[in-house]
Design a protein around this ligand. Sequence first.
Ligand SMILES: [Zn+2]
Length: 193
Amino acid sequence: MDILAHALWAGAGMGLAGRRRPVKRKTVALTIALSALPDIFHLLPIMSWWLLSDGTFATLRAYAIALPGQEPPLPSTVNLLSHHLHCIAHSAIVAAVVTLLLWALLRSLWIPLLGWWSHIVIDVFTHSVDFYPAPVLYPITQRGFDGLAWNTPWFMVANYAALGLVGVWLLASRAKGQRSSLGANTDRAKAET
Ligand SMILES: [Zn+2]
């Protein structure tokens, strides 16, 4: 899925989770950041090549928005690093190892990791064999599930429409909740006087 939609879905998920129990702003921000990072991580070698060597911003931009088979040529090391970083960031196996290690260290689930997990799960189904399939089982295999490519026009419209509806519902139900708690406080104040 595109990076903005990943971040918005993670934000919506945290908005929903916040209804059940308090979630710190920092946790929300980190979860949203981790939901977007898997699509930025693999650009780092290209960014470094641009900033520290003879790469160009135009190549970085072209790579970031390229369709399969239309990627600009890159030095082989940069290409290899970028490819494997993309695989690492989209692997449920890698995510599981990191989750378990952090769990052992902190003795509880580090919530922001759910942002990363949401990215992986969504990408498995929103990429097709012809459109950068998510290498969810890397390093065992780099093959991915043949889902529906997120850039399919009707899916883009449906996805953003769904995000819009969820956003409106979250805002409207929060406003309603605030009004009713305000009403309850006023009633209590009246009863006490
Ligand atoms: Zn992705």
